[in-house]
Design a binder for this molecule. Sequence first.
Ligand SMILES: [Mg+2]
Length: 301
Amino acid sequence: MIHQPILLLVDDEPSNIEMLAAMLEDEYELRFAVTGQDALAAIKEMPKPDLILLDVMLPDMNGYAICERIKEDPITADIPIIFVTSLGDPEQEEKGFAVGGADYIVKPCRALSIKARIRNQLEMKRTRELLHRLAITDGLTNLANRRHFDEALKQETQRLQRQGGQLSLVLIDVDFFKRFNDCYGHPEGDECLRRIASVISAELRRPADLTARIGGEEFACLLPETTLAGAYVVAERIRQTVLSLAMPHQTSSTSPYVTVSVGIATSSGIDSNHLYQRADTQLYMAKTSGRNRVVQDAALI
Ligand SMILES: [Mg+2]
């Protein structure tokens, strides 16, 4: 069964809640809150609501303040909020939009109109999410793309500088890939990259790990809370699994099969801005020392 969108209805008047619930319960999973504090607690419940219908006049907080709080928090900022209120004057409506409301409905609500407005907001939210996913995904492999990787690397290094811990970066490059494409053609080359991407994703299962395709035949794994030794184990497994696929590569000077070279660096936050260059240097060492190997940066900085 398809999961029904979750709506959070916030209103201090039980009769309003009952009326909205009667209109919406067939199409949506409903949650309720009767105060501002209830509402702020309810949006933290997982899974997050897909949309909020928010009364403006509540006993403990007004709806505009609640809306601002929800929009300030990056975790909840993307939830559309429709104000449902008896305050019909234009200034109130402007205020609703100014604090980040998506729509503004004046009571008494007509069922058809409120349903259509909810559907519109949910449709726009789905479109935004789809566009966002496309913008950060590599179309060939479905891994994260370079843009997503750069952003994640920046965020993780900042987090490391604040909180400490260890962050490892694994860079993986397919050996003699240009020769592979020249020999077998681009469709085979694409298939080779997809198979390697599957190997990499299968090895990295923790939700915080990020796997990305960051160049033509170059992949990256960003591993928070991972020591150099831990990253080495992962990298070595990826290298061996790619080799064990035994994808023929007759123009490789290293092996009759497709192989990868891997460079690793780990940072404890002191100089995490250079993490990428350090891992890249190790990848270069792996290339120049014979390929089909993992080389790690011994220094932890
Ligand atoms: Mg009220």
